[in-house]
Design a protein around this ligand. Structure first.
Ligand code: SAM
Length: 229
């Protein structure tokens, strides 16, 4: 049956390409769709704020893919930078202790800089856009974030779960966020992941001090974000 369908497609002039990398595309669920719409609202808010999009904590690449679709839609030529160890978490700190019992190496991802083009292509993204606008940087944040060579940051998405990881990102990249740029905290106070990853909120509160009162909550997703002033 498969071959029959392939033959028909070939006859109709379609190129039937073999997948060289075989892995399961992560399944999108309602939460991911709602996140995509939240990102879209952020993009609309950004309007003319120049700059790149940076994600710290790529994991399975679901949110990165949503961001890539928005960049494509916007046709602005912004680049996306995805930072991740691609080997899971570093050693958690005392601040991360919770019933979730998070451990070094948790949250393994099967995408990386060599299969990202295929992964995004299977998901329907243009190969050229991925090649020219999506950059994945492998390694622990404390070693990699200093190598960031993109332009100023318009949107910073932090989805890194841990106390030290959040602090590494905020110390290194917050100064590079443009005025009017947005920082999204995937795990913060009342979000569903708060009880599993309490270290993330502690890091955000510590880093921003009194400025934390400027952190806003998106009413629909319940996610928190800050517009840099
Ligand atoms: C919850 S997952 C990200 C999920 C992803 N945004 C998605 O939509 O699928 C968290 C990721 O952060 C990465 N991470 C956490 N701390 C890190 C650090 N200090 N350096 C590099 N990667 C880190 C982990 O490897 C993991 O892949």
């Amino acid at each position: 049956m498969k071959n029959f369908i392939k033959k028909i497609f070939k006859k109709a002039g379609f190129v039937v390409r073999r997948r060289t990398v075989d892995f399961n595309l992560p399944k999108m669920n309602y939460e991911d769709i709602s996140q995509l719409l939240f990102f879209k609202r952020c993009f609309d808010y950004l309007g003319k704020v120049d700059g790149d999009v940076v994600e710290c904590g790529v994991g399975q690449g679901k949110s990165l893919l949503s961001l890539a679709f928005l960049i494509k839609d916007e046709m602005s030529g912004r680049k996306i930078w995805g930072f991740d160890s691609f080997e899971g978490f570093p050693e958690p700190s005392r601040e991360d202790q919770s019933l979730r019992n998070v451990k070094k190496g948790d949250i393994y991802s099967n995408i990386n800089s060599s299969n990202i083009v295929t992964f995004f292509e299977i998901a329907g993204m243009d190969r050229l856009l991925v090649k020219h606008q999506v950059n994945l940087i492998k390694g622990f944040f404390k070693n990699t974030l200093t190598t960031y060579r993109g332009s100023q940051i318009a949107l910073l998405h932090i989805d890194a779960d841990l106390y030290d990881s959040y602090l590494d990102v905020l110390r290194e990249l917050y100064p590079k966020v443009a005025k009017g740029g947005i920082i999204i905290f995937d795990e913060y106070i009342t979000t569903a992941d708060y009880s599993k990853f309490p270290g993330a909120s502690k890091a955000v509160d510590e880093f921003f001090g009194q400025l934390k009162s400027n952190i806003r909550r998106d009413k629909i997703t319940g996610k928190y974000y800050l517009v840099k002033t």
